[in-house]
Design a protein around this ligand. Structure first.
Ligand code: BGP
Length: 462
C-alpha cells in the first residue's frame, strides 16, 4: 500500500470564472468581454455566463465535493465580482457576501479553502485604460485588491495564492493568441512576465503587513504550471534549446517566486536580444524581499524540445520560440482528446528539482487531471465510468509519492477539477471533473473517479 504523509491534503481545484457563472457580477473580465463581442471564438458558442452555476448551487455543490473525498478546495476570487468600482477599489457588498458564504460553507463541510486571487480574469476596464499587465500601475491596483481580500476573508482563509499560471497569460495574450487581446508581441510578453512577478511580490508584501498586524498564521504562495523541457537528444544544440525552454517557461516565474531573483542566464539572453524588461533597483529589491511561503505546481504534460529549425529572426520579430522547437517524441503516450502527452514521471522530476534547487520549499500539486471529450460515451447506470481518469491520477500519485519518499516537501494533491467546469476557449469540450455536470439541467453526479477519490482520500493512499 502506498501511504501519504499524515497531514497530506487531498484536494481539488477550480476557479471563479470557470465555475460561478456571471450572476450579479458588477464588472466584466477579458473573457466576458471577448465572448460578448465574438461568441463564435468559443467552442459551441458557449461562454462563461452560466459556467457550472456555482454561484447559485454552492450549497449543493460543496457537500457533493465532500462526498468525493475533497478535503481542500482551491478556487479563486474574481476581481470583477468583488470590486464594484475599479477606480476607487470600492467593494461590492453582494460579491463580499457571496465569497463569505462560500468560505463558510466550505469550512462547515470540512473542506479547507485555498484561495487564489487571479485566474486569467483581468477586468476589461484595466486592459482598456492601462493595457492591463503591460502597465506597472495595474500591479499596484492588484496589490490593493489583494489587500481587500486579506482584510475581508483572512480570518478564515489560511492558504492564499497570488496568481494561477502567469506563464499562460504570456502565451495566451501576447504570443500564441488564445486569450484576449490575442496579441503577437514577444517583447511585450517579457515586460508582462516581469510585471506579473512584481505584482505577486507587491501583494505578498501587503499580505505580510496584514499578517503581522492581525497575528495570523496564514501562508501565501503562487501557482505555476511547470513543464520541464526534455531535450530530443544529448546533442549540445538540443540540450541548449531545452535549457532555454525551461528557463523561459518555468524559471522566469519559479526563480523570482522562490529565490527572489530572475535567472541570470535568461536575463543575459534577453538583454543581448534587446528585449530585456524595464526594472528599477527598488522593484528588484521588493521581489527579492517578498518570496513565497509555499508553491503550487500545476502539471499536465511535459515539454519535448529540439534545436530550432530556423535561425533566429530579426529583433523586431523577437519571439521566445526562436531559440527552440517543440518536438513530438516517437512512441509517446497521448491523451488524444487534449493533444497532450501523458508522462507521470515528470512529477517525480519536478519534486526532485524543488528539493535540490528551490530550497526544498513546501509545495503541493495544485492541478493535475485528464480532460476527455464526449464523456457521456462512458455513462453506465447513470455513472460515468472514467477508469482512464482513475489510472491517470493513480499513475501521477505513484510518481509523486516516490518524490516524497526521496525527501521532497510536497504536502498535497489537487485534482483539476471537482465538478466539470467551463474552460476558457474550449468551453465544455473537455471534461475534467470527479463530478459530472449535465449542463442542460445543471444536475451533478459523482463519477466513478469521484467514488474512487473518496476512498483514497479516506485511506490516505491506495
Ligand atoms: C490550466 C488552467 C485551468 C484549466 C486547465 C485545463 O491551465 O489553470 O484553468 O482550464 O488548465 O486546461 P483546459 O481547460 O484548457 O483544457
Amino acid at each position: 500500500m502506498i501511504k501519504f504523509p499524515d497531514d497530506f491534503a487531498w484536494g481539488a481545484a477550480t476557479s471563479g470564472p470557470q465555475s460561478e457563472g456571471n450572476f450579479h457580477k458588477p464588472n466584466q473580465n477579458v473573457f466576458d468581454y471577448w465572448f460578448e463581442k465574438k461568441p463564435d471564438d468559443f467552442y459551441d458558442g458557449v461562454g462563461p455566463d452560466e459556467a457550472s452555476n456555482f454561484y447559485n448551487d454552492y450549497q449543493k455543490d460543496i457537500p457533493l465535493m465532500a462526498k468525493a473525498g475533497i478535503k481542500a478546495l482551491r478556487t479563486s476570487i474574481q476581481w470583477t465580482r468583488l470590486i464594484k468600482n475599479l477606480d476607487t477599489g470600492e467593494v461590492d457588498p453582494d460579491g463580499a457576501e457571496f465569497y463569505n458564504n462560500v468560505i463558510n460553507c466550505l469550512i462547515e463541510n470540512g473542506i479547507e479553502p485555498y484561495i487564489n486571487l487571479f485566474h486569467f480574469d483581468l477586468p476589461i476596464q484595466l486592459y482598456q485604460e492601462f493595457s492591463g499587465w503591460e502597465s506597472k500601475h495595474v500591479t499596484d491596483l492588484f496589490a490593493d485588491y489583494a489587500e481587500k481580500c486579506f482584510e475581508l476573508f483572512g480570518d478564515r482563509v489560511k492558504n492564499w495564492f497570488t496568481f494561477n499560471e502567469p506563464k499562460v497569460i504570456l502565451d495566451g495574450e501576447y504570443l500564441y493568441q488564445f486569450h484576449y487581446p490575442l496579441k503577437v508581441d514577444g517583447p511585450a510578453s517579457v515586460q508582462v512576465a516581469y510585471n506579473l512577478n512584481l505584482a505577486s511580490a507587491k501583494a505578498i508584501k501587503r499580505f505580510r503587513a496584514w499578517k503581522a498586524a492581525n497575528n495570523s498564521d496564514a501562508k501565501i504562495g503562487t501557482i505555476l504550471n511547470l513543464t520541464p523541457a526534455y531535450p530530443a537528444s544529448n546533442d549540445p544544440e538540443d540540450v541548449k534549446a531545452a535549457k532555454f525552454a525551461t528557463m523561459w517557461d518555468d524559471n522566469m516565474f519559479l526563480d523570482p517566486a522562490v529565490l527572489g531573483h530572475f535567472p541570470e542566464e535568461l536575463v543575459q539572453i534577453l538583454d543581448d536580444a534587446g528585449v530585456l524588461f524595464q526594472s528599477t533597483p527598488e522593484e528588484l529589491k521588493l521581489i527579492a524581499d517578498n518570496t513565497v511561503d509555499v508553491l503550487g505546481v500545476n502539471f499536465y504534460h511535459p515539454e519535448r524540445v529540439q534545436r530550432p529549425s530556423v535561425s533566429p529572426k530579426s529583433l523586431q520579430d523577437w519571439m521566445p520560440d526562436i531559440y527552440f522547437d517543440n518536438y513530438e517524441m516517437p512512441g509517446r503516450v497521448m491523451n488524444v482528446d487534449k493533444g497532450w502527452e501523458i508522462y507521470p514521471q515528470t512529477l517525480y522530476d519536478i519534486a526532485i528539482n524543488i528539493r535540490d534547487n528551490y530550497k526544498n520549499i513546501p509545495w503541493f500539486v495544485s492541478e493535475n487531471g485528464m480532460g476527455v471529450s464526449r464523456e457521456e460515451r462512458f455513462m453506465k447506470d447513470g455513472v460515468i465510468q472514467d477508469d482512464y481518469r482513475i489510472n491517470f491520477i493513480h499513475d501521477h500519485l505513484v510518481q509523486l509519492h516516490k518524490g516524497i519518499e526521496a525527501g521532497s516537501n510536497c504536502h498535497g494533491y489537487f485534482v483539476w477539477t471537482a465538478i466539470d467546469c467551463w474552460s476558457w476557449k474550449n468551453a465544455y469540450r473537455n471534461r475534467y471533473g470527479l463530478i459530472r455536470d449535465d449542463i442542460h439541467t445543471q444536475t451533478k453526479t459523482l463519477k466513478k473517479s469521484g467514488q474512487w477519490y473518496a476512498k483514497i482520500s479516506a485511506d490516505n493512499g491506495f
